[in-house]
Structure formats: structure tokens, C-alpha cells
Design a protein around this ligand. Sequence first.
Ligand SMILES: CC(=O)SCCNC(=O)CCNC(=O)[C@H](O)C(C)(C)COP(=O)(O)OP(=O)(O)OC[C@H]1O[C@@H](n2cnc3c(N)ncnc32)[C@H](O)[C@@H]1OP(=O)(O)O
Ligand SMILES: CC(=O)C(=O)O
Length: 549
Amino acid sequence: MTQSPAPAPQPPAAPATFHVYDTTLRDGAQQEGINLSVADKLAIAPMLDALGVGFIEGGWPGAVPKDTEFFKRAAKELDLRNAELAAFGATRKAGVRATDDPLVRALLDSEAPVVTLVAKSDVRHVERALRTTPDEGLAMIQDTVRFLAREGRRVFVDAEHFFDGFRYDPGFSRRAVVAAFEAGAEVVALCDTNGGMLPDWVRDVVADVRAAVGPHAVLGMHAHNDSGCAVANTLAAVDAGCVHVQGTVNGYGERTGNADLLSVVANLELKLGRPVLAREPGGPGGLAELTRIAHAISEITNISPFARQPYVGASAFAHKAGLHASAIKVDPDLYQHTDPELVGNDMRMLVSDMAGRASIELKGRQLGIDLAAHPDVLSRVTNRVKDAEANGYTYEAADASFELLLVEELEGARPAYFRVESWRTIVERNGSRGAAATAEATVKLHAGGERVVRTGEGNGPVDALDHALRLALTRVYPELEDFELIDFKVRILDQMQGTDAVTRVLIESTDGQTSWSTVGVGPNLIEASWEALTDSAIWGLRNRGVAPR
Ligand SMILES: CC(=O)SCCNC(=O)CCNC(=O)[C@H](O)C(C)(C)COP(=O)(O)OP(=O)(O)OC[C@H]1O[C@@H](n2cnc3c(N)ncnc32)[C@H](O)[C@@H]1OP(=O)(O)O
Ligand SMILES: CC(=O)C(=O)O
């Protein structure tokens, strides 16, 4: 007999407030390899605002000159609709009055409406890193919070190393949080600074603190991802009563990063039914912007998007296995945890040797080719793909070559834009030391009812072949003048099915509007490249609606 699941435990009563606090521009910028200019920060902030976060932590004014400049310019140049800017900084130094601490003063000077103070809440850090007493550690928190609150700032406190500290000496860590609230802090975010917590540990500690501070105190969570649990830890904290979540876009951050705020908000909204992003009614923004903003920000950080990133990655809704595709054909929900459109992403079908007929049918549909009424074609294409992949081809990154294969099986032949008679290449280098090699290629083909022979030059044999092919075809197909080769990848595949190594070439081309990828395989680089180059020309012409001449 099936047992009904136990009712989920109810979260403790908590304030209606819920904060989404982004720290991409501060903690995200602490990631190795990220270096954001003031202009970069000014470009990212409006994207975060459009996403609907409530707070944007812009950096540490006074400590980092670029951040001082950011707050100065942000006040004049940014027109934020949803978010408030937060300036990050530390509590006063030991033995110094808050009013006399230049870094505390710099927080005021930033004119940010919110100030977030990092405060030591692990007694070991107070004694060993600050080299002071627990009482002075608590006084540093209280004095700084009180001073800034009196100056009219909303004060948030990041309780640094809270979880490690709590597991070592819960009494001191609790007192640090209570001290911050008593002094006027509006939020205390409990930080897993070293990122090593697990969700159950977080839940227990947050529940303890929640009981100590009462149901109305705004507790937050700031998680790092060193145990791979930052998002889960953030959700566990919410479950236990946190109503303020911190994180960074794409999970950027020190070491292994912070909680990916995009996953956090998607999970809160889609899985837990908590609308947490601000949205203008009927307007853009919110979750539907998630994928676009993730990629736009990765352009600015110059960190390649992570394909397997939950919700927003290129592979997040990409399906490869044949069995998955056959169920998806019936209902996409059978193999997807959520609808990709809700987060602005797309479902993609990947064609490979793991494809079955359903994968090919769905891929055809995605390419605008309905194969439902052609079971014979589906079987032939499936078999051809499996054979070709066993011989070194890969179609999941070469949609254009796959489409040509499909058209060939459907229409009985490839589009006959030209017929190749032969081609050859020569690489030449004179005997002088340091002289560069040059390449020349000759292509003989038939197009537009004529035999055409053309020679092209290039800095290598593939470049020369590309030039010769264009020279031979552009009189008949002037559209080719817009085509450009934008990426070229080579891989040597050893011992395919007991044969010698083969070479696989993947080419990406563009006509300025569309880009497409083709694949070629051969016993050497030149033959593989020729196949990918000719596929590229054929697909590009067909896509433009050009008829064979
Ligand atoms: C967990 C986090 O990620 S918090 C964010 C960390 N971010 C950064 O550190 C980036 C910006 N940092 C900086 O530019 C510099 O470290 C500065 C300007 C803040 C300080 O530079 P310096 O004065 O040269 O000091 P240094 O970096 O060597 O040491 C930090 C000092 O801050 C003190 N400190 C550390 N945490 C705190 C805190 N929460 N409250 C008060 N003081 C603190 C340390 O005790 C040390 O003081 P000391 O110089 O009297 O020994
Ligand atoms: C404040 C902060 O970044 C941390 O404790 O990790």
C-alpha cells in the first residue's frame, strides 16, 4: 500500500519581508579571474535591478578606490527602480572610536542608503585575527551599527564565520547577533564564510538563532559553495526562518564561489511558491529574464557561461538520450523539472549516437522539418547518425551538417548548388630562416552551368581552400560574400573502431545574422576541413532561400 508522505514541517512564523540581496559586484568580484571596472559595475547594476533584486551591494568604498568611485558615479548615473544600493565595509577597528575610523567614515561618504558591515561572530576570529577580547569584539559591532544607524543608514550585518563559530562556541555567536539587533541592525545575515556547511547543520543553527532573536528579527543567509551546497544551504536557511538571501549571479565569488542567486530565486519562486523578485505588473523582469541576464553578465565578467549551470545554462534543458526524447515527444514535463520558458531558456534536442527516432523527429521539428509522417526517413537518419558518429562525426555541435543529412534523406539528394571535380593545396616556405609559410589552393567545380577553376591563397591550407571555394562560387552565388568563418576547432580522434587516427573539424560560420556549425571528418586536417567548408557554404545558401543555379 502506498503511504502518503508526512506533512512538511511548517516554517516558524516570520516577518512578511523577503529580501533578495545581490553581492555580485562585491563578493562576486572576489573571484579569481574577475576584475570589474567602474564602467562594468555601472553596466551590471541596472541588469540586477531589471531582474528584480531588492539590494545591490556595490563594493567596499574607502578600501577599494574603484568602489569609492562606483558609489560616487552610481548616485548620479543610475536610475534604479527596484533595488537599493548597499555599501559594504567592516566594523570599526579594535580600540578605535567608530566616528574616528576612516573606513567607517567612507561608508557614510558613499551615500549609499544601506550599509552592510562584516562583523566577526566566531570568537576564535575575534581573539586570533582581531587580537582582541570577546567583549571588545561585541563592542566593535554595537558601536559601528549604532553610529551608522544614527546617521540615518539602514544597517545590515554580515555575521562572518557564523556557522563555524556557532559550532565552536554558540554562546558568543548568538551574542554577536543579538548585539547587532540591539544596536539597531535591520538585518543580520548569517555567513558560511568558509563554505563547508551542510543543509541539515544550517537548518539546526538557524532554528536556534531564530528562537533566540524572536520571530520578527530579519535573519539572512550568506553561503559559500566549498561543500557544493551553497544553494541548498540557502534554501535550508529559508526553511528554518531566514527571510533575506544573499548570493551572486552565476555563483561568482571567492574560491568556489557564492550561492548562485539565480538558482536560489528560481527555486524559491518555482519550487517553493515564494515570489521574491520585484516585477512591474505586466512588464518585463523577473524570472523570464534569468537566462538573458546570466549571459549578459558573463559577457561583462569575461567568464565563459557554464553550460551545465542549473536553469540558465545552455545544457540545462538539452536532451541527448533517445529514451528521454521519446518521452519528451509525449510531454516535455516527463524529462524536465520545470518549463525552460519560465526562466527564459530553451529546450534543445541533441543529435548523437545516443539518439533514437524520437530524438530525430524532435530535432527535425526544432529545425522546422516535420518528420512525423516519414517513419522510414527517421529510421534511416537514426542509423546514419549512429554510423557517422562511430566514425568520428559529432552532430550535437554541428546542427547545420545534421540538417543537410536530414534533407538528403528526405529529398533523396543534397541541395545541388555545385559539383566538385577536384581540389588541391600546396604549402610553400622559402629557405630563409624565420620566413613565414604561405599556402595556395586550387578548386575545380561546376556551378551555374559552367566549369570553374579558381586558385586562392591563405596563411594556411584551410584558409587557402576557403578562399578558393569562395572565389569559385561567388560569381554564381554572390550571397557567399557575406559569409565568414568565425571559429575552427580540430580534434584528432585516435583509433576509431580499430582504424588509424582520424581528424574531426568543427567550423562555425556567420552571414552577420545567423551563425551555423558544420562538421567534417577525414584522414587528415585538410580533407576534414574541406567537408566542413562545403557543408557550410551549402547550408548558408539554403538558409538564405537561394535556389541551386
Ligand atoms: C569574508 C569577506 O569576504 S569580507 C570582505 C573581504 N574583502 C576584502 O578584504 C577586500 C578589500 N580589502 C582591502 O582593501 C584591505 O584588506 C583593507 C583596506 C580592508 C584593509 O587593509 P589593511 O589596513 O592593509 O589591513 P589588512 O588587509 O592587512 O588586514 C585587515 C585588518 O582589518 C581588521 N579586520 C578584519 N576583519 C575585521 C572586522 N570584521 N572588523 C574590524 N576589523 C577587521 C584586521 O584585524 C586587520 O587589522 P590590523 O591591520 O589592525 O591587523
Ligand atoms: C561577508 C562575507 O562575504 C562572508 O562572510 O563570506
